[in-house]
Design a binder for this molecule. Structure first.
Ligand SMILES: [Zn+2]
Length: 260
C-alpha cells in the first residue's frame, strides 16, 4: 500500500521501537511520570465514543515504550498491525482462536472506521486494541505536535467508536516513529506506548521458513513479536503463525499482553 512505499521503514526506525537505547534514554526523562501513573487500571469501556469528552474517565499510564509481557519472563505478546482488513483479519482471528492465543491488534484509524464489525470481532474474541494512528505516517516524528495530536486522538476516537466503546490500551507509532510528545500524549489518554522486540519481517514477504526462523532465533531478545494483518498478501504471515504459535507453546512460553 502507498503508505508503506519504501521497504526500509521498519529497519530505519527499528532501533527506536526495539527500544534498548530509546528506553534507556527515555527512562530518566519519564520516570517521574511513570511513577505517578503506576498501578492505575484503565477503564476498558466508556459511555461515549468522543475521546475529547472523556478526559476524566481515562487513567493515565506510563509514557515509556513497553516491551515486557504481563505473563512475565516466559510470556510472549503477539502483536498484529495495520488492520483491520476484510480479507486477512478474519483469517488471523480464526487462527488465533484455533490456537487459543490472545493478541494485540494495532489498528489504523481509517481501517477501523471502514470495518467496524472487524474491530468488534477482535474485541469479542478477547484481544486488545492498540492505536496505530489515523494514516500510518512513518515520518510523523518529524511533524508538528498539532499533527501528531490529530493522528493519535482522531485514531483513538475512530477505533473507540468502531469497537462500540472499547478503548485502545496501547499506542504504537507507525514504524516506531515515537516522539517524547506523542508518548506523553498517548499515555495521558491511557494508551501505553508499545514497541516490539522481534520483527517477523512478514511485511517484506521473506518466505515462511525465514519468518519462522527469525522469530525462533530472536525471541530471546524479548517478548513482543510483530506481525501484520493488512497492507498486502498476508498468506505467509498466516502460514508462519501456524508454525510459530505451537513451537512457542512447546518451548514453554505462554501468550499474554504487553504491560501497561
Ligand atoms: Zn504499521
Amino acid at each position: 500500500m502507498a503508505r508503506h512505499k519504501g521497504r526500509g521503514w521498519h529497519g530505519r526506525l527499528l532501533a527506536a521501537a526495539l527500544g534498548v537505547t530509546a528506553v534507556a534514554a527515555a527512562t530518566s526523562v519519564w520516570t517521574a511520570q511513570a511513577d505517578t501513573a503506576g498501578g492505575q487500571q484503565p477503564q476498558a469501556r466508556v459511555s461515549a465514543p468522543d475521546a475529547r469528552s472523556q478526559d476524566r474517565t481515562v487513567a493515565k499510564v506510563a509514557a515509556d515504550i513497553a516491551h515486557a509481557s504481563d505473563r512475565g519472563a516466559r510470556g510472549v505478546n503477539i502483536t498484529i498491525d495495520d488492520g483491520p482488513d476484510p480479507v486477512w483479519t478474519p483469517q488471523v482471528l480464526q487462527l488465533l482462536k484455533d490456537s487459543g492465543v490472545k493478541a494485540t491488534f494495532c489498528m489504523v484509524g481509517t481501517q477501523a472506521q471502514a470495518y467496524p464489525n472487524l474491530v468488534k470481532a477482535v474485541v469479542a474474541d478477547g484481544h486488545r486494541l492498540c492505536n496505530h494512528t489515523v494514516s500510518h505516517d512513518t515520518t510523523m516524528d518529524t511533524k508538528s505536535e498539532a499533527y501528531q495530536s490529530q493522528q493519535i486522538l482522531d485514531a483513538e476516537r475512530m477505533i473507540t467508536k468502531a469497537s462500540g466503546g472499547v478503548r485502545p490500551q496501547y499506542y504504537r507509532a507507525p514504524g516506531g516513529a515515537f516522539t517524547p510528545y506523542s508518548r506523553q500524549l498517548a499515555a495521558s489518554r491511557g494508551m501505553r506506548p508499545l514497541g516490539w522486540n522481534v520483527d517477523s519481517k512478514d511485511f517484506e514477504h521473506p518466505g515462511v521458513d525465514t519468518m519462522v526462523a527469525t522469530v525462533k532465533s530472536e525471541i530471546s531478545n524479548g517478548p513482543t513479536v510483530l506481525f501484520h494483518d493488512a497492507g498486502g498478501d498476508r498468506s505467509q504471515t498466516l502460514a508462519a503463525l501456524r508454525e510459530i504459535l505451537p513451537w512457542l507453546k512447546q518451548q514453554g512460553y505462554s501468550f499474554g499482553f504487553p504491560v501497561r
